[in-house]
Design a protein around this ligand. Structure first.
Ligand code: GLA
Length: 731
């Protein structure tokens, strides 16, 4: 069994992959964290831990010297000994927030089902084991169920929290973190790595050392955001791709979130990860409960590479539910970057014809096909095709595109509403906003109140109709602003603090209904590029547009940052015309960088240079030749775009029999030494041969590496090697 309970020592132990997480029940009923790290053997003595009285640290007189102020815990609360950042805050009927969760019971279950109303991980009885530990505050009878799941192959655990009001008075839940990870001081300094940025600069790798105090990460924008991705890593100081301890924590959530990292006076390190407490107030009437989103914690004792692999595989196997997750995606061309709102049927068909002739497989019609939308000032919410602009219906346009041999895809922005729209005129109260107060707009649009079921239903019916009437194989789901005045007119005043989370539940409900109704449609998430690149969206959609920024140099950084948590098969990446007009980058390299993700195009093929257009067919062929390595293989970052003028990564077949190495030069240096790259993840005994017939041993490739000859900026190389099998070898 991978989850065990030792009743003698009241010790819980979760063992998964190379990871052990352990905690025990103290005589007071508190859950004390004992260990979270490299897998342990027998672990004799694991239940022992140092307790010492610290001045100014309060304790229960029944247990002198035992203070929650400095002991690592699984579920922390404020007001009764622990001054650290709490996992939960419950405002009791009396107005106080003192809560003392005391262990009551637990159960161990096989399998894992989805958390109520939320995206999350799943696994059958043989694949997953779960533990639920129930604690209760003896006075208020508020109950806390801390839920853990492990998938025995992965060095990770999944955690969430359920809070139930078992008392007789209503209480207000003001904070409920999905994960609390408390680490004992350990042997050395620790660092934190976050993935921050802005629109067009998403998921930039940011590393900081940690001293005493609290650091906050997160988003209060109603969406997981471009500004800070809901994924954090804590690592031993100086950890690299292949060395050091790393704890990666990911929230499976698409709304406002908070990551709190605290190092206390005795160097206890606490990480709380969950819904942002800002604007969150959830009323629990007697008998009601609240389920938090899930968080995934992955551990590696050998650097970032192994941690990323755990996330990539765990997400693909146990979180991403779309049947497209493991299928090659059609190569698409999207008309946005070359046409914006200025298109008609003739222009679209011209692009589609050139695309089809060059090996592209799907045409995506982006923003501007509905209502009277010729600019971004109107029509969001009116999901009816503009037959004037399209010179016919969507069904007819789709037929014409199909007749050219292409599939057809369509853009929606389901959560948004333009003040200038029929929907807004009919239902002004369906828009988020505070009555009597002017609404802030962003890109001239407002946000629909998705906390209201009738609003979600209306959008569902509009989208369902479009998707049923025309042959549509792909949907791009956009969201181009953040939430302000998050006030629902449908909620009573004591429940207004529930609006933001109810909005996210409404969004998930719509995504679930549409993906269930149209399982064969390939959905791609988007929010002004990568503003909602998170595991919540990935539960429903197999891919997300990484960024509106398609400049190769910037993309290298964005895709590098994204790869720490999310698999390459989820990264929407396209070849575009030079996004940053001030720097021309090799067309070939734009293709090689897009090959690292889902691959497609966003440019006017008729307008681009003939020598560029001439490369498209070859790039499409490369996609078909290599994509299985990107999609199913193991991904290794060899260098960092933040540190090296040569950015390199590998996609290696699961059995190490084949690999693709991509190298891009971002800063050429005259007469400098020829750099060598040491490869990773190969079979040291195997002999590999590239497409030109050069052979090299796996151990040589990994120990000495290969020299990289590149002369120009933005030049790149692809190396494709296969294992040479001995004659008669059936492998
Ligand atoms: C967002 C998306 C773009 C495009 C536009 C359309 O910015 O990220 O790709 O779809 O919206 O308005």
């Amino acid at each position: 069994m991978a989850i065990t309970y030792d009743s003698g020592h009241r010790l819980f132990r979760l063992d998964a992959g190379d990871f052990t997480h352990a905690f025990c029940v103290h005589a007071s009923g508190a859950l004390i964290s004992l260990y979270s790290g490299s897998r342990l053997g027998e672990g004799e003595g694991l239940w022992e831990y140092p307790v010492r009285a610290i001045s100014f640290s309060p304790f229960d007189p029944a247990f002198p010297g035992f203070s929650l102020d400095d002991l690592p815990q699984e579920l922390s609360t404020h007001g009764a000994g622990d001054f650290g950042a709490s996992s939960v805050v419950v405002r009791n009927g009396g107005g106080d927030t003192v809560t003392v969760p005391v262990y009551r019971s637990h159960r161990i279950l096989s399998g894992k089902s989805l958390p109520e109303g939320l995206p999350g991980t799943f696994g059958s009885e043989g694949e997953a084991e779960s533990l639920e530990v129930v604690l209760e505050d003896p006075l208020t009878k508020v109950e806390f169920t801390v839920c853990y799941t492990i998938f025995p192959r992965y060095s990770a655990l999944v955690r969430s929290l359920r809070v139930r009001n078992g008392g007789e008075e209503p209480v207000i839940l003001e904070k409920a973190a999905s994960l609390t990870l408390d680490l004992w001081p350990g042997t050395g300094e620790r660092e934190v790595i976050s993935f921050s940025g802005s629109h067009c600069r998403e998921r930039n790798f940011a590393r900081e050392s940690l001293g005493q105090g609290v650091r906050l990460y997160g988003s209060d924008r109603g969406m997981s955001s471009h500004q800070c991705n809901p994924f954090l890593m804590v690592c031993s100081a100086g950890a690299t791709e292949i060395s050091g301890e790393v704890w990666g924590a990911m929230l499976v959530y698409s709304g406002s979130w908070r990551g709190e990292l605290e190092v206390d006076q005795l160097s206890r390190l606490r990480l709380n990860l969950g819904i942002s407490p800002q604007e969150f107030r959830w009323r629990l009437a007697p008998g009601e409960h609240f389920q938090t989103p899930e968080a995934i914690l992955a551990y590696s004792g050998g650097g970032f590479d192994a941690m990323s692999q755990t996330f990539h595989d765990l997400l693909r196997e146990h979180l991403m539910a779309s049947p497209w997750t493991k299928r090659p995606r059609p190569i698409l061309i999207n008309n946005w970057e070359c046409m914006q709102f200025d298109f008609n049927q003739e222009k679209l068909l011209k692009l589609a014809r050139t695309a089809a002739a060059n090996g592209i497989e799907m045409m995506v019609l982006d923003d501007g096909w509905f209502g009277k939308r010729d600019n971004d000032h109107c029509s969001l919410g009116d999901w009816r095709e503009n037959t004037r602009k399209l010179s016919g219906t969507l069904a007819q346009l789709s037929q014409k595109i199909h007749a050219l041999g292409l599939k057809f895809g369509l853009w929606f922005e389901p959560e948004m509403i333009s003040p200038d729209s029929d929907l807004c005129r009919q239902h002004p109260d369906w828009v988020l906003g505070v009555p009597g107060r002017a609404r802030t707009e962003s890109r001239w649009q407002c946000v629909l109140d998705f906390s209201r079921p009738e609003v979600v239903e209306n959008i569902y019916l509009q989208m369902e109709k479009i998707l049923s009437l025309a042959q549509i194989e792909y949907v791009k789901w956009d969201a181009n602003r953040h939430l302000t005045e998050a006030f629902s007119q449908a909620l009573p005043s004591e429940r207004r603090g529930e609006t933001l989370h109810r909005y996210v539940l409404g969004l998930y409900q719509l995504q679930r209904r549409l993906t269930e109704r149209f399982p064969e449609i390939l959905f791609e998430g988007c929010s002004g590029g990568g503003g909602r690149f998170d595991a919540g969206i990935l539960h429903y959609f197999p891919q997300i547009w990484c960024s509106d920024n398609t400049d190769v140099y910037d993309r290298l950084k964005i895709q590098y940052g994204t790869s720490f948590a999310y698999p390459p098969s989820a990264m929407g990446a396209h070849v575009a015309s030079c996004w940053d007009k001030t720097r021309y980058t090799d067309f070939d390299t734009r293709g090689n960088v897009a090959l690292a993700g889902t691959f497609g195009y966003e440019l006017d093929l008729d307008e681009c240079l003939p020598e560029e257009r001439g490369q498209v067919k070859g790039q499409c062929q490369r996609y078909h030749q290599f994509h299985h390595l990107v999609e199913e293989g193991v991904y290794h970052r060899l260098t960092s775009p933040w540190e090296s003028p040569l950015v390199a990564w590998m996609n290696v077949a699961r059995d190490a029999s084949e690999f693709l190495l991509t190298v891009v030069q971002t800063d050429r240096r005259y007469n400098a030494r020829v750099p060598w790259l040491r490869l990773r993840g190969l079979n040291p005994q195997a002999l590999y041969q590239d497409d030109q017939g050069h052979s090299m041993g796996g151990d040589l490739l990994m120990k000495r590496g290969i020299p990289i000859f590149l002369e120009r900026d933005s030049q790149s190389l692809l190396f494709h090697f296969r294992e040479v099998k001995e004659e008669g070898d059936q492998g």
